[in-house]
Design a protein around this ligand. Structure first.
Ligand SMILES: [Zn+2]
Length: 422
């Protein structure tokens, strides 16, 4: 019955999913310092083994060994390190080469399983928390994230992209901005996918996206629709770099402007000495999002200040534009809205009405296509979550990597912690 007896080393050999000629030769807990222990697992190839040349695959005799070490997943609370005498072979064609090991990628000090674990955590937790959890310095962990995200993003296929949303997003306090390009599915079957992120918010950012397209199997001509805000930068960018794309001003941005107009009215009242304290938040957004107390504040301020009441009513009426299912009805509604706004004696709303008239076709272009602004809002939400998590991102590339990882639908070439033997 000797075959059933398995020692600890055999157990680790199996647990690590190792095949001949690799096997665990030593393992155990060792004292790291007075407080902590670590688990060591030492690997070797069987004596007399022959191994393939990493370049041509020819089975070659071993030449010498070099000891290397990798951080692996914790075993219970103990950090685990694999160390191995990694052979070099002598290939008749390629001379002396180090063999590749199945548990780590070349040049990494971590096992693939450890890296898979870090990548899974990086979608859910701030990097500082991950660094604490696995007791590693965060710069080493960022290197893992950068590696896998860059590789997977480089392989992202953009050949089916026909509709994009291009938007600015704040990357830091103090008004640092980035431009993001998001793929929208017109059928709304697929979630929005973050394709591209670059610092600044200018027409040239659209050009940078277009420059990146060929490497992803795509070209500018295939983009038929571009949802953007009403600022001049992206209009110019789309006209210059995405010549086939029809511009759609999505309702998210139109309503954002309406929100700002309400705010303008409030500020002006405050400037005139009116008591509008506490009204800032109460005046923002839809009634359904407010607490009872906030609603009370809203009603109270709007009743006391006719201008605020009018501003709120204008905002709510504008929102109804998109509730019409027919473009003719929406157009009629918007026309009526603009003339109401022009007569409102509220400068901010007059200005908004003017701006809507100037962007008329683009706003109504929503109708045949019904580009959903929810997608743009959700990507924006993810970016803001990433930004908060990485409090004080010193490095734009780190923020970008996390955003791509969280919102880019990337396909990582890494064994899954849940399907691979640990
Ligand atoms: Zn060779």
């Amino acid at each position: 019955m000797a075959g059933l007896v398995m020692d600890q080393n055999d157990l680790f050999t199996m647990a690590l999913g190792l095949n001949t000629p690799w096997k665990v030769v030593r393992s155990g807990l060792e004292q790291a310092d007075t407080e902590s222990k670590f688990l060591y697992v030492d690997l070797e190839v069987e004596a007399g083994a022959k191994m393939p040349c990493p370049v041509c695959g020819q089975i070659c005799p071993l030449y010498d060994h070099e000891v290397k070490r990798w951080r692996h997943l914790n075993f219970w609370q103990h950090p685990t390190y694999l160390s191995a005498r990694v052979p070099r072979i002598r290939c008749p064609q390629h001379h002396v080469k180090q063999v590749t090991v199945p548990w780590a990628r070349p040049e990494s000090g971590f096992t693939l399983m450890f890296e898979a674990f870090v990548m899974a955590l990086a979608r859910e937790l701030p990097m500082a928390a991950i660094a604490d959890l696995v007791t590693e310095h965060d710069t080493r962990l960022w290197r893992i994230v950068q590696h896998y995200v860059a590789q997977a993003h480089a392989e992202q296929d953009w050949s089916t992209v026909t509709t994009v949303a291009i938007d600015e997003t704040a990357t830091r306090k103090g008004h640092r901005y980035a431009t993001v390009v998001v793929q929208l599915d017109e059928q709304r079957e697929q979630p929005a996918r973050l394709l591209f992120m670059t610092p600044n918010r200018s027409a040239a950012c659209v050009g940078e996206f277009v420059t990146a397209m060929p490497a992803h199997g795509a070209q500018a001509q295939q983009v038929q629709l571009a949802a953007i805000d009403m600022g001049p930068a992206y209009q110019q960018g789309v006209r210059e770099h995405l010549p086939q794309a029809q511009i759609v001003f999505d309702r998210f941005h139109v309503m954002q402007l309406a929100g700002r107009a309400v705010d303008e009215v409030r500020k002006q009242l405050r400037g005139e000495g009116a008591d509008v304290k506490g009204a800032l938040w109460a005046l923002r957004g839809n009634a359904s999002m407010l607490s009872e107390k906030q609603l009370q504040v809203r009603h109270d301020r709007c009743a006391r200040h006719k201008e605020l009441g009018r501003a709120r009513a204008l905002r709510e009426s504008l929102q109804e534009t998109w509730e019409w299912t027919q473009v003719e009805h929406a157009q009629w509604h918007l026309k009526a809205w603009c003339s109401w706004a022009m007569r409102s004696r509220l400068a901010a709303f007059k200005q908004l009405a003017q701006s809507i008239r100037n962007h008329w076709d683009g706003i109504l272009a929503y109708y045949p296509h019904r580009i959903t602004s929810a997608a743009i809002e959700s990507i924006n939400g993810i970016i803001q979550t990433a930004r908060r998590r990485a409090r004080g991102f010193r490095n734009f590339n780190n923020l970008k990597a996390i955003c791509y990882w969280m919102a880019g639908d990337l396909n990582l070439k890494i064994p899954s912690a849940f399907t691979h033997p640990v």
